[in-house]
Design a protein around this ligand. Structure first.
Ligand code: FAD
Ligand code: SF4
Length: 510
């Protein structure tokens, strides 16, 4: 009979965890597909399916290895109850003497479970997920001792500590960071082969989710489900991607194209965030692959490694250093509602149309689409960060609050006033035109600042700076923009501001 009950959350699918190293008769695991988890924002159907499919497969693997698992499916009546109620029921039914869980990465669940344990009359304890490069304690140490955080310092520290891309204590190749080599757009007419993920038929899971009445967003072809939710298939995909995608990853990391949605991005974020594959494993395989394929440029390898062990871990550090306050920061006091076309993609702005439609079709957009297209527009328009967060948290396959909110509210919206970034990521059409081919078949003209066909990004860009002068003008990374703005004659400035206002008044029609 089990004496210990261990909870595994949907994003804790780390089969290498020490919990599973031996089968214990007195331990029972439990996993739950709960409406409380699908309902706190409206999620993309593919995100819900990927998590449930991954969880179900994980529980089968545990059972095959001899572990005892209690699994609550979304179609079971218990899916309407909270974690606490379901846990209480199991504890009573099996006379459990001890409750254990892995530390949640989300503040909300962390609070919920630690409160739950306080009310228990049996012993309990929490365990590290053994997934990240840094434990929560190590993060606390690093972030608590600093007034400002810089990714570069954090990243170098991890590289040194784990001896990654190091050569006798020095960064391999002589430089820590090759980012400046990673900014090419695709050449005109360049033909690419979009890397395809194998598909699976998840029709019955889709039906079960629909029948359980969950509200969702987005579209899915359930019989041709594209996302990988199994570790073995994920590792196969990683090897394939290292071969085909990594060589061009760095160079085209920031590029966007109306025909290629994924370009050379790895699509590993779901596998990572569900903890099916660890960052350490990814980095080790990458470096092994590079060792055998030295023609791959160091810029690609370093750029990729920096995302995995740098940005990803750094965002987690920011999250734990600043929650719960972080989730209500609104530096610019933005209050506008998210335009309705964010939920349909029906806008004449071609870049926004592509980034949003793709997100609804695939639960995916790559980093620059999220940052410099949708995020950029929302910031220039002054949309309330709460609404932007809910959109990003719901729509993306990889969105879990610790990594979503720091990227959205922090990096993209500067709503944290500069905790993550040193300046807001905003641009006019010039950047989008340089990095993509979206502008060539857009209703709007990327060169025009005013007039009926002027690109909305252009006038809204200057309006944003003018409106936020008191908050931004002293920032040394921005002062040049103010000098350019101040040199324009008043009539021109006024025309830009009027244009932006008229667009914003009719934002639903853009
Ligand atoms: P690749 O481009 O192939 O990068 C490799 C890996 O590096 C990713 O899988 C990811 O794990 C990691 N990575 C890269 N950039 C970041 C970053 N800025 N922060 C954390 N990890 C990073 N990432 C999420 O995992 N979940 C989110 O909810 C999320 N929301 C975002 C919201 C906004 C507004 C922005 C600008 C970025 C967001 N990101 C988020 C970061 C990044 O866009 C995604 O990790 C990436 O697009 C996932 O696709 P990929 O696996 O093909 O990534
Ligand atoms: Fe986007 Fe403006 Fe280019 Fe159109 S012209 S695609 S709205 S940047």
């Amino acid at each position: 009979m089990p004496k210990v009950l261990r909870l595994i959350l949907g994003d804790q699918l780390n089969e290498k965890h020490s919990w599973f190293s031996k089968v214990q008769d007195d331990v029972m695991y439990c996993m739950m597909e709960l409406k409380q988890e699908t309902g706190y924002v409206r999620h993309h159907i593919q995100k819900i399916m990927a998590f449930f499919d991954a969880m179900r497969n994980f529980s089968c693997i545990l059972e095959e290895r001899g572990h005892q698992v209690k699994y609550i499916k979304i179609s079971d009546s218990s899916s309407n109850k909270s974690f606490g109620d379901n846990l209480n029921q199991l504890i009573t039914k099996y006379n459990i003497e001890r409750f254990e869980y892995m530390l949640p990465d989300e503040y909300r669940l962390d609070m919920q479970l630690s409160e739950y344990c306080k009310g228990l009359n049996i012993t309990s304890s929490a365990f590290d997920t053994e997934h990240f490069m840094c434990t929560r304690e190590q993060l606390k140490e690093f972030f608590a001792t600093r007034k400002t955080y810089i990714l570069e310092a954090f990243y170098r520290d991890i590289r040194r500590r784990h001896d990654i891309l190091m050569d006798d204590g020095e960064p391999m190749g002589g430089k820590w960071n090759y980012d400046h080599q990673n900014r090419e757009s695709l050449k005109r007419g360049e033909q690419l082969e979009e890397l395809e993920l194998a598909d699976r038929n998840l029709e019955s899971l889709f039906k079960e989710i629909k029948d359980s009445g969950i509200e969702y967003i987005g579209r899915v072809e359930a019989e041709k489900f594209k996302w990988i939710s199994r570790r073995d298939e994920g590792l196969e995909w990683l090897d394939y991607w290292l071969d085909k995608g990594l060589p061009k990853f760095g160079k085209y990391q920031d590029a966007m194209h109306n025909e290629y949605k994924f370009l050379f991005h790895s699509r590993l974020s779901f596998l990572l965030n569900a903890k099916l594959i660890s960052p350490k494993e990814i980095v080790e395989r990458t470096l092994e692959h590079w060792d055998k394929n030295k023609h791959i440029e160091i810029a690609s390898v370093e750029g990729f490694v920096r995302q995995i062990i740098g940005w990803r871990e750094y965002m987690r550090g920011i999250y734990w250093a600043h929650m719960p306050n972080y989730s209500s920061l609104n530096f610019f006091n933005h209050r506008r509602n998210l335009p309705a076309w964010f939920w349909t993609g029906q806008t004449k702005m071609n870049c926004m149309h592509h980034a949003i439609s793709q997100s609804l079709d695939d639960a995916y957009a790559h980093h620059i689409q999220r940052l410099m297209v949708t995020g950029n527009f929302a910031l220039l328009a002054g949309v309330n960060p709460d609404e932007i967060d809910a959109w990003y948290l719901g729509i993306y396959i990889d969105a879990i609050e610790w990594v979503e909110i720091t990227n959205t509210r922090g990096m993209s919206q500067f709503a944290d006033g500069g905790i993550v970034g040193t300046k807001p990521y905003v641009s006019s059409a010039a950047y989008i035109h340089k990095m993509s081919n979206y502008c060539s078949d857009c209703h709007y003209n990327h060169k025009e600042k005013t007039g009926e066909r002027a690109c909305p990004f252009n006038s809204m860009y200057w309006r944003f700076y003018e409106l936020n002068r008191d908050k931004l003008a002293k920032n040394p990374r921005i002062s040049m923009m103010y000098r350019t703005w101040d040199k324009m004659d008043d009539a021109k400035k006024q025309a830009y501001l009027d244009q932006a206002e008229s667009y914003l008044e009719l934002i639903e029609e853009l």
